[in-house]
Design a protein around this ligand. Structure first.
Ligand SMILES: [Zn+2]
Ligand SMILES: [Zn+2]
Ligand SMILES: [Zn+2]
Length: 118
């Protein structure tokens, strides 16, 4: 079975992680290389910061995100789809990522909104 690895910041793909991480990424806010997306392949990808969705990682990461504290593009949520999402900083929960990320979090050290745990 051939597996593909996708960059979580731009959606570029490669047949190996080493191939992916040795290439430059124009959208990585912290570094210069692609960073592998560690979640499963899904029919829909949701932004972990705002809950916006797209059918592909490249589609999601090519749109601007108003809630990403570290960059300005959507970043795919790497966890599974759940009936309840919990904030990794404070444990608050919501039935959707968009619901969770629209509420303020007093414990998030990087921003001021809840961020779903994987
Ligand atoms: Zn990339
Ligand atoms: Zn977003
Ligand atoms: Zn929180």
């Amino acid at each position: 079975m051939s597996q593909k690895f996708y960059c979580k910041y731009c959606g570029s793909s490669s047949s190996s992680i080493s191939g992916l991480t040795s290439s430059s990424c124009s959208k990585n806010p912290e570094g210069k290389k692609h960073v592998p997306y560690e979640g499963d392949e899904k029919s829909k990808y949701y932004c972990m910061y705002c809950g916006s969705s797209s059918s592909s990682i490249s589609g999601l990461t090519s749109s601007s995100c108003s809630k990403n504290p570290e960059g300005n593009k959507h970043v795919p949520y790497e966890g599974d789809e759940k009936s309840k999402y919990e904030c990794k900083y404070c444990g608050s929960s919501s039935s959707s990522i968009s619901g969770l990320t629209s509420s303020s979090c007093s414990k998030n050290p990087h921003g001021n909104k809840h961020v779903p745990a994987k």
